[in-house]
Design a protein around this ligand. Structure first.
Ligand SMILES: [Zn+2]
Length: 606
């Protein structure tokens, strides 16, 4: 218990440094009013425990086991990943959060198996609720601490301790409840008591306002620096759990349907400019586009693909830059979308390039993004087609859990090599010519760390970027890259996970984070490919501004905010200029990319 308390205090101290606190805040009211506040918090939490069963969002947990490192403090040595659908109906019956290699994952009852499960995912889902059975005055003591702002939301803070003899799996830690309706918006601590066969991790769990009177779990950060189990074994790890897709619909089709207006006076006429049946080539293209649309809609419906949005436009701009300078005109036009998962991957579905959120996060600059997108563009140009079997609707009729078994978009080694060659040629004749040193450096960093990150580099549907320590994507770019210097803080080869893209957990919309870059104190803050604590900037959704507010609620602060500094070049699509003289301007931010006209500047001079 002593160790547990120590960890808890440490986490609190770190977390508290990033939030505004009102000095010398008096208790909110007289004892009786305080008692009422506690009662309301208890009521709201127990209502959430019941109502959450109606939602089935996706839950993704990514864990990195770390080992001490002389230069970087700690580095990942292996990782774990799982993705599933949350199913909290029927209660949680297994509080154990540990599935050590010697302990089989025995209870997956409330977690529908989705892809791969090796840790015990139910343990991480558990951290979405304080205590689904017994969060009340009979089981807990509450002690008022202070008022505090979490983002825009003012919260009352309590320390919560289980009463003696109140049983296993009780929460011990601190809760933050917003001061209008008294929903718990954050809780931080652990469960207990730990026994020889039950182990509990420390966690920091956050909820987000997703509508009037609706605060739902969205982020959980877990960390242990010296977790002992089975007497002698020790775990050091950190992990992120993300929950999204509370409002999964059938794509955008429902909206479309409501827009159909029946007007008997003016019979509906097909507005398309095709005067007659399609010619064979046109027919084939339409058929392929149908398969593409089917796949995209199915992925969106499963909550795996973000709805079309602002990030897609940024990606498309980069793709257009490549096409225009190479005099390419692809019909139907090339589009881009974001896969919401963490593992690093990109793929092509027909003429749509898909890039994962995790990969977008870690790419250091626009030229590196161009490298990834150009490889996929090359597949399209080379006619590496989507299997048109997906044009048949019945192929889309499967359970969400089957998605990655049914939909695969991998190319063979020959096509991969051909796409790499073509992509290099395209980049040579693009605005990114001479700027690919950072992309090569990124691949070097990937090569250096991939051995410790097997789960991060294992794609769901696309081709691998690296196989073990061997980079299998655009590896030629590494030849022109500078030497990788992990100990030098100025050289940012890859960014941490979670620093660039935020996901609205209700609608699955993705947005770019726009944090100010802050100089790093040491190489320990580079955190390439690493997970970092969550510190969302909480806001309330007004009923009139649902969409706008949705943008802010998902705002996960980067590492820096949680540790009291800026976290480096997280938001900027730039590298530290001094490292790559070829990089030139360091102003290639995401915002700049977005603002750039689709027609790029003059082609590079030869
Ligand atoms: Zn490929």
């Amino acid at each position: 218990m002593r160790t547990a308390a120590k960890c808890f205090l440490l986490i609190c101290a770190v977390a508290a440094s990033g939030v505004a606190q009102s000095p010398q805040a008096p208790p909110p009211a007289a004892p009786s009013a305080l008692a009422q506040v506690i009662d309301r918090i208890i009521t709201q939490e127990n209502q959430l425990s019941k109502s959450i069963a109606r939602y089935h969002p996706l839950v993704e947990t990514y864990i990195q086991h770390v080992k001490p490192d002389r230069e970087l403090g700690a580095v990942p040595e292996k990782d774990e990943y799982f993705l599933g659908k949350l199913n909290l109906a029927g209660g949680i019956d297994d509080h154990s959060l540990l599935s050590a290699p010697s302990l089989p994952a025995k209870s997956l009852k409330f977690f529908n198996r989705f892809f791969s499960i090796r840790f015990l995912p139910s343990g991480f889902a558990q951290m979405a609720l304080v205590d689904e059975a017994g969060f009340d005055r009979q089981h807990y003591d509450f002690e008022y601490v202070r008022r505090e702002f979490l983002g825009e939301v003012r919260a009352v803070v309590f320390d919560v301790k289980p009463k003696k003899g109140s049983g296993a799996g009780r929460f011990l830690g601190r809760i933050w409840a917003e001061d209008q309706d008294y929903h718990i918006v954050r809780f931080n601590g652990t469960y207990g008591p730990t026994t020889s066969y039950r182990h509990y991790f420390h966690f920091d769990s956050w909820r987000v306002n997703m509508g009037p009177n609706l605060w739902l779990p969205a982020y959980v950060y877990t960390e242990e620096s010296d977790f002992r189990y089975l007497k002698v074994r020790s775990l050091r790890f950190k992990g992120q759990t993300r929950i999204w897709g509370y409002d999964l619909k059938q794509g955008s089709r429902e909206d479309e349907f409501t827009k159909i207006v029946v007007d008997a006076q003016n019979p509906v006429r097909d507005q398309s400019d095709t005067p007659a049946d399609l010619a064979p080539v046109g027919g084939l293209r339409a058929w392929e586009r149908l398969a593409e649309e089917n796949v995209l809609q199915r992925l969106e419906k499963a909550g795996l693909l973000a709805p079309e949005g602002e990030v897609d436009k940024i990606l498309t701009t980069v793709v257009n830059n490549i096409q225009v300078t190479n005099n390419i005109d692809i019909q139907p036009e090339v589009r881009a979308r974001v896969l919401l998962t963490t593992p690093l991957e990109s793929l092509t579905v027909g003429h749509t390039i898909v890039i994962s959120r995790g990969l977008l996060d870690v790419l250091p600059d626009e030229a590196s993004l161009a490298m990834v997108l150009t490889h996929e563009l090359a597949h399209i140009l080379l006619g590496h087609r989507l299997d048109t079997k997906f044009a048949f609707d019945d192929r889309m009729l499967f359970a969400d859990e089957q998605t990655f078994k049914r939909l695969g978009f991998r190319h063979d080694a020959k096509d991969e090599a051909a796409a790499d060659q073509k992509a290099l040629a395209l980049l040579e004749n693009s605005p990114y010519k001479g700027k690919t040193a950072a992309a090569g450096l990124f691949l070097k960093a990937l090569s250096a760390q991939a051995g410790g990150l097997p789960a991060l580099i294992r794609p769901h549907m696309g081709n691998r970027m690296a196989d073990g320590k061997t980079v299998s994507r655009m590896a030629q770019l590494m030849n022109s890259a500078p030497q990788l210097e992990t100990a030098r803080k100025e050289q940012i080869a890859a960014l941490p996970l979670g620093g660039r893209v935020k996901v609205d957990p209700w609608s699955c919309r993705v947005m770019m984070l726009r944090n100010k870059p802050v100089a790093l104190l040491s190489a320990r803050e580079k955190l390439s490919f690493e997970v970092t604590p969550f510190l969302p900037y909480l806001t309330r959704q007004s009923t009139t501004e649902q969409v706008a507010a949705a943008g802010a609620v998902g705002a996960v602060a980067n590492t820096g905010a949680a540790t009291g500094n800026g976290g480096g070049a997280t938001d900027q699509f730039k590298t530290s200029g001094s490292d790559h003289d070829s990089q030139g301007s360091t102003e290639t931010t995401m915002a700049a990319t977005e603002a750039r006209p689709a027609t790029p500047a003059a082609p590079p001079k030869q």
